[in-house]
Design a protein. Structure first.
Length: 230
């Protein structure tokens, strides 16, 4: 792992650890480097403006100050192209428009040389991505309902085309065999249901808050499924 990549990974590790932080010894073991190297990396992060704190003595360690902003992320050309390819290939994915906009923001703040190399490399990656099959209006409403934890009212077409109106408490998005689904508690059926996004004809976010239904109620995910946070 290059040092720039390790510094980014180190920042993310400290961010995930939160207020409890981590010892230099533990960080060194995780990254396969010496304690001295980790301490140099922490000093380098602090020099760039990262809100690194240190606490001496037993139970001490290193962490990031809560609520503080982090310095800009530095990407290699290959990492930038990987983000571009992922965003381009996932037109039907939830939050796809936001992902594409976020990637463009990242590319815009790269140093000119890295951005030029990324653009050259991007020309060597082709993605056969069909246009989104789901209405952008529908997608936006469902995304907002999931984000704000509000009930979404949908007009949904069954497999034979019969439409019904449902009030759904969003629980999660899932991708199965190339199609994206909204999985949530259907108040009409009083049960957990899967709704294919491209069969939702209309959607509007209501003011009603979702209940306390959890991902565990959906059932066991396929062996190959995993959350997008990795």
């Amino acid at each position: 792992m290059k040092r720039s990549e390790r510094l980014h990974a180190l920042t993310e590790t400290l961010r995930r650890r939160g207020a409890r932080g981590s010892t230099a010894e533990r960080l060194a073991a995780e990254f396969g480097v010496s304690v001295r190297t980790i301490k140099r990396d922490l000093a380098a992060l602090e020099a760039t403006g990262a809100p690194v704190w240190s606490r001496p003595g037993p139970g001490g360690g290193y962490g990031l100050a809560p609520g503080a902003s982090l310095p800009p992320v530095s990407l290699s050309p290959a990492q930038a192209v990987a983000l571009l390819a992922a965003a381009t290939a996932a037109a039907d994915a939830p939050y796809a428009d936001l992902a594409a906009a976020a990637v463009r923001k990242i590319l815009d703040v790269l140093d000119p040389r890295t951005r030029e190399k990324a653009e050259q490399l991007a020309g060597r990656v082709w993605v056969d991505a069909p246009s989104a099959r789901v209405s952008r209006v529908v997608t936006s409403a469902v995304e907002q309902a999931m984000t704000d934890r509000k009930v979404v009212r949908i007009r949904y077409a069954s497999g034979d085309g019969t439409p019904t109106t449902r009030d759904v408490e969003p629980v999660l998005f899932g991708s199965v065999t190339g199609s994206w689904y909204l999985i949530g508690w259907c108040r009409l059926r009083d049960a957990m249901r899967w709704f294919r996004l491209d069969r939702i004809q209309h959607a509007v976010v209501t003011s009603a808050p979702c209940g306390d239904h959890t991902v565990d109620e959906v059932g066991t995910p396929p062996a190959t499924a995993r959350p997008v946070h990795g």
